[in-house]
Design a protein around this ligand. Structure first.
Ligand code: RAM
Length: 916
């Protein structure tokens, strides 16, 4: 397995030192880029972290050297770029300012920082590698076979056999320096050299609108080449290119491949192997059918041993056609590929009818089942997948709608057990029905492969309350199961689409758990590419489903997520890159749907609020539904607010003023129209109707307490302390209740185990989050057991309020941190950590008799405001000493229940009196 450089690769973990060796480290050097052949030439950006065993480490300057060779770098010769000594406390996204590096070149770099604790030595070197940045760099041609083969199904539930490509090549009689493979295979590829799989990625490349962009992957394949004769083999599956359904789903065509293998010898000479018409292809391999909804059929009798090795007899294979390209620009894939991230073994196996077994994976997971089986040639094992079981213990498939979710393995009939797993499908399941298995299957014959985008786990959260922990675990499984190169709505039924509205605020919560920076940056590009010429933004991107309904709440996620990337990752690029498209969308909505400052258009309402009757999907009761124009107008206002901030960030003061002016008009019109003159509630007084204007800053100060009172009253009264919102209101519920003074009610909602609540889902055995609050009783027509949209701001609240780890409002990427935990009655302790872009932040508190004990970690080069809970009685201690005697800790103020201090980086151990 070879390391992949996803176009521009980075670094390693480094340390450097100044006078006191262990005290100052420059770590985690990384390079980000978006230079691509389209001519978009955004800067390469360099980042690093600082750590120190001393407290209060602050960077005051840096010097970066970028060299064309390790030797030059070693000799401090920055022949590509020498930043010189720069006075700056910034350590993230520093634009590379040397000449644009050539395609394929490797750049070596290091950094030295000056700090309030002295100057570091040079860091250890890091490097990145440029991709194919010019269109002319691609010499290869798109190849394939533009036709069907016997057994292929082209209509309805489409199925194709996989296409196998091969080409032999001879190395020159010289010493090899390196070999790099650039490849894209649509919809999905697996590549081999001399029978060895290239990379460990699965379901690659990342899905896009292939008529606009095609992502390619890059691999160092040097160690896979040997001797003079070699062979390359590639298998293509349908993915999202040959669509899963011909009706209603975007279709691009028969699978196609492009690749370029570039070999360099030590004498500097080069040899290139390109995809072209000299390649051979067959559709007669073992993968007989594949489709992401319906599953894969593998006939092991049709395997072709040695097909990706030199010397294989391919005389019956056909010559490839040069196909017309998919249309999209080839771009290096920056977001990570999908990988098998975890493996589960079934927790039980039970025979339900003779020869039919049900496996329980113990967890609703996403991926597939690998199996081990021994039997006769031609015996057929069939696997079907479901999230739940019927009363009689058989699979419940109704909620999967038209997805066939069936994998089939036909045995070779070896003496030894045969091992198999599919290549080009995936399922969302906890239970698997196994039929046709020869002999008695045992748990160890199966492995559940859990697959999703390879992202770092950045967060850890645990608390004394078991329901909160279980819901966190369910959220974690739901979120990871719905990353498939795009955030999907669900992983199991015949849908699996990138619905924008589902991830609006959820993306922020997710970012605490996973490093989702590059995935969401990619998704914003998908959204922009799906924007219509008139400015309309769809509800689904990439637009494999064409859903342009012109509401505010789903497309609004485009702006909300750009803001998230800026806040959490200090990355302003998505805002800069998409600003014009965002503005164009707002202009479009204004022109078409704004009537006297009220945005009337809405499509989904407060989607999936708890309905009045258990079998319903959506509430029919007008008293429970939130009015369309209220949803549209509050979101329109919110977008103006975000755009105003974006305009200021991009130094466009005129734009910013115009957005602010319009926001004021909208706010006035909104209050005139929706605020009840006497009772001071909004519209029909749903929680969502009052919550959105309150959290968006549309409620005049004198009305805020009353409006909030309505939210509390409604929640406690009509809803008996339970959630009453759908996907829209839930985005602010937990934070809104907390901010306006009822964190206890937020906790009650979060720890409920009765309907409707996340705890109720868990109570009913859920191991993920449901699409519907009443997922156990509602109509199966739209009832997935693995949707994350109803999480809303729950995970944000876990981290920002319960643990108290948050980016100080206005700060980007935790340069300034606010640590403010809520030690609510009913919670004994919280232990959480978050690996931010500037390094790890940790907060672990516990109530210890009458003492609040709190351990805190702050990364280098940041400042934190810590809100230490106190009842104001005894002294506050740090590390066993009175806090006022500890150097570097500054008292800012005392407030109700908190003493607020400012601290720098390091580890702290606070104790305060806390009798509550
Ligand atoms: C469903 C999807 C998704 C939601 C849309 C409106 O089909 O599953 O979650 O955003 O409807």
């Amino acid at each position: 397995m070879k390391k992949q450089f996803a176009f521009c690769l980075l670094a390693g973990i480094l340390w450097t030192a100044c006078s006191d060796k262990a005290s100052l480290e420059v770590t985690n050097l990384r390079c980000e880029s978006s230079i691509d052949p389209q001519g978009i030439d955004l800067p390469l950006r360099l980042s690093w972290n600082l750590t120190s065993s001393h407290r209060n480490l602050q960077q005051t300057g840096y010097r970066i050297l970028v060299a064309s060779s390790p030797e030059n770098l070693e000799n401090n010769r920055g022949d590509c770029w020498d930043s010189g000594e720069v006075l700056s406390d910034e350590s993230l996204h520093i634009p590379y300012q040397g000449p644009r590096p050539e395609s394929r070149s490797t750049c070596y770099w290091k950094v030295r920082v000056t700090t309030n604790r002295g100057t570091s030595a040079w860091s250890s070197p890091a490097s990145w590698r440029m991709g194919l940045t010019q269109p002319a760099d691609w010499q290869a041609q798109w190849i394939g076979l533009n036709q069907s083969f016997p057994g292929d199904v082209l209509q309805g539930k489409t199925r194709l056999s996989a296409r196998y490509f091969r080409k032999e090549f001879t190395l020159e009689d010289k010493t090899l320096r390196e070999a790099t493979l650039y490849i894209s295979g649509l919809g999905l590829y697996e590549a081999y050299i001399n029978d060895t799989r290239i990379g460990s990625q699965v379901l690659s490349p990342t899905p896009t609108d292939y008529s606009k962009t095609v992502k390619y992957n890059t691999f160092d394949v040097t160690p896979l080449l040997s001797g003079s004769n070699n062979a390359l083999g590639v298998v293509l599956g349908n993915g999202r290119f040959f669509s899963m359904r011909r009706e209603g789903v975007r279709h691009f065509g028969f699978p196609q491949l492009i690749l370029q293998l570039e070999i360099t010898y030590t004498d500097g000479s080069r040899q290139t192997l390109l995809s072209d018409s000299s390649w051979k292809v067959t559709a007669n391999g073992p993968i007989r059918a594949n489709n992401e909804f319906d599953g894969e059929t593998y006939d092991a009798r049709m395997e072709m041993p040695g097909w990706s090795r030199p010397g294989f007899d391919d005389s019956l294979w056909r010559s490839c056609e040069v196909t017309s390209p998919p249309g999209g620009t080839l771009q290096a894939q920056r977001n990570k590929n999908i990988q098998v991230m975890e493996t589960l073994t079934p927790t039980s196996i039970r025979e339900v009818t003779p020869g039919v077994h049900i496996l329980d994976m113990g967890q609703n997971m996403v991926g597939w089942l690998a199996l081990k089986v021994k039997g006769d040639k031609g015996q057929t094992v069939r696997l079907r997948f479901a999230e739940t079981l019927r009363q009689d213990g058989t699979l419940y498939l109704d909620n999967l709608r038209e997805a066939l979710v069936t994998d089939t393995y036909i045995l070779r009939g070896d003496d030894q057990p045969e091992v198999w797993e599919p290549s080009f499908t995936y399922h969302g399941f906890r239970f698997v029905e196994v039929s046709g298995y020869p002999g008695q299957p045992a748990p160890e014959d199966f492995q559940g492969k859990v697959v999703y985008d390879e992202m770092d786990l950045t967060g850890h959260f645990e608390t004394s309350d078991p329901t909160l922990n279980q819901v966190y675990r369910n959220a974690y499984w739901g979120i990871r199961g719905n990353y498939r190169g795009m955030p999907t709505d669900c992983p199991q039924r015949d849908e699996r689409m990138g619905w924008l509205g589902d991830r609006a605020v959820g993306s922020l919560g997710e970012s605490f758990i996973f490093d989702n920076h590059l995935l969401y940056a990619k998704w914003l590009d998908d959204i922009e590419q799906a924007q219509r010429e008139d400015g309309s933004i769809p509800d689904v991107a990439p637009n494999y489903w064409s859903v342009y309904t012109d509401n505010m709440t789903w497309p609004g996620a485009y702006l909300i997520m750009a803001q998230m990337l800026y806040e959490q990752y200090a990355d302003p690029e998505p805002i800069a890159r998409h600003y014009n498209s965002m503005k164009q969308w707002m202009n479009y909505m204004r022109e078409h749907y704004l009537v006297e400052h009220i945005l009337t258009k809405d499509t989904y309402g407060d989607w999936c609020m708890p309905p009045e009757s258990p079998e319903l999907i959506h509430s029919q009761d007008p008293g429970r539904k939130t009015e369309a124009a209220l949803l549209g107008t509050t979101f329109y206002y919110r977008m103006l607010y975000l755009l105003e901030g974006f305009a200021r960030l991009l130094d466009k003061p005129d734009d910013a003023q115009a957005f602010a002016r319009e926001a004021e008009e909208v706010k006035n019109a909104f209050n005139a129209r929706f605020l009840h003159p006497e009772t001071r509630h909004y519209s029909n007084n749903t929680v969502t109707a009052n919550l959105l204007p309150l959290c968006y800053g549309m409620v005049n100060e004198e009305d805020q307490a009353t409006v909030f009172g309505h939210i509390v009253e409604k929640t406690l009264g009509e809803f008996n302390g339970h959630v009453s919102t759908g996907l829209v209101g839930i985005q602010w519920l937990m934070r809104g209740l907390t901010q306006y003074g009822r964190p206890d009610l937020a906790l009650q909602i979060a720890t409920n185990r009765t309907y409707p609540s996340w705890g109720y889902m868990a109570e009913k055995g859920a191991t993920t989050i449901w699409e519907l609050w009443n997922g156990d009783t509602a109509d199966p027509a739209m009832n997935s057991a693995n949707h994350v949209m109803l999480l809303g701001d729950l995970i944000v609240w876990y981290y920002e309020n319960l643990a108290g780890i948050r980016n100080k409002p206005g700060s980007a990427g935790f340069k300034q941190i606010e640590l403010k935990p809520y030690p609510l009655s009913g919670l004994e302790w919280v232990t959480a950590s978050y690996h931010s872009v500037r390094g790890p932040i940790a907060s672990a508190w516990k109530k210890d008799g009458g003492v609040f004990r709190w351990e805190v970690t702050i990364p280098g080069n940041t400042i934190a405001r810590v809100y230490i809970p106190t009842d104001g009685k005894g002294p506050i201690m740090e590390g066993g000493a009175p806090i006022h005697s500890v150097p570097g800790i500054r008292l800012v103020e005392t407030q109700a229940g908190y003493a607020v201090y400012e601290i720098g980086s390091g580890e702290y151990d606070f104790a305060s009196d806390w009798a509550m």
